[in-house]
Write a protein that binds this ligand. Sequence first.
Ligand code: AMP
Length: 454
Amino acid sequence: MPFKSLQLSANVLRGVQAAGYTDPTPIQLRAIPAVLGGGDLIASAQTGTGKTAAFALPILTRLGAHGRARVLVLEPTRELAAQVETAFRDFARFTDLRAVAVFGGVGYGNQRSELKRGVDIIVATPGRLMDYLKTGEINLRDITILVLDEVDRMLDMGFLPTVKDIIGRCPRERQTLFFSATVPPEIAAVAAFALRNPTRVECGVNRSVNESVKHALYPVALEQKFDLLVALLAKTDFDSVLVFSRTKHGADKIARRLKLANHSVAVLHANRSQNQRIEALAGFKSGKYEVMVATDIAARGIDVAGISHVINYDVPEKPEDYVHRIGRTGRAQAVGDAFTLVTPENAGDIRDIQRFIGAKIPELRLEGFDYKPMGAPRPPEPRRQGGQHRGGQPGGRGQSTGSRPSGGGHPAGGGQAPRPGQSGPSGQGGFGGGQRPRQNQGGGFSGYGGRGRR
Ligand code: AMP
């Protein structure tokens, strides 16, 4: 069914066409009629599914023409707030509707003048919105549509009390749209408090990785992780690489060491100032920085075209974050590659990820890298000495090994990693049936099933 059968207004349809969309995604097909109908909605859908347009297009249609501030969208991060506001502006380009993004870390001046000009849609992070609510520069009495986006992330970030406070300040007669990848009991409680007879749209937790991404594990001893990262970068023909660290401190350390190894590096995490974050993203998008080191929360939802590789320096804590991270590459039909550095300590996490995505991830070995024996997993963190962060430490000596080969792909030389979107318990690369181009021989690390702590 094309967009034009979805009862969107003519001007919004023109905006959709100008954005280059031809067919609605599944969440758009299901959510747009529900939102146009005026009722509440609870949708489990993640970034990458097209959920922004799923709420923005019907909201713009319902608003019609410029008036008072009638829509509030809450986002967990500044980047998402900026991205969602841009989407609203793009789709609204043939209307006179106005959107503003309100988030912390930047001055108040521009946001204040936009607010004074009069806006229809406010896209905000909770903290900065509270500042304006306290000064009276924003009031929510005219809000008719409230969107709570990425609610599970808001929970992770400790925003829920503020979010509840904000919901309480909105008129009771309103439409509420609720988006969350998962709905644990705390979130179900907020949904019960905020929503009335919602339509449920279950796009399910996205367990599949984009079909155009090839991914692989690179087993390595903890003390060699950084050396292997540098060697992988040296042997990979990449355009732009996103490196994930579990911690902000770890991200800073990795970035420092990569700079010493002559890479141009940007860092994105919540302790960076907003201007630093804007500069990092803009520099990464423009190609000024070839590598960006980021934490999960900071990178959540960022939509950068042309990321050729994702490297998980640290294995993600939650299996769904693996899918999120890998989703940063291979967008828009480009082929991307994703490497995950794994130490024996990560065996349990890897097993959980494989179970979650329903596929075995092949293990590769970087040729020419001087692997040290891996030995047994170290004891769990509380007993570990020396204050290392839990994702391991980028503490090895940076070394560059060899030059980058042409042709991209995985640098391991042996075999092709499967495209995980094709896999599944019954598909190619399913449990036990995954292609293993080059089995690791360096210390009994092959196979995660049933081994490891947890
Ligand atoms: P989102 O899940 O809203 O972050 O969207 C993920 C990406 O998909 C963004 O780059 C959108 O511009 C793009 N997108 C969303 N809906 C469509 C569509 N119907 N057709 C093509 N691209 C889309």
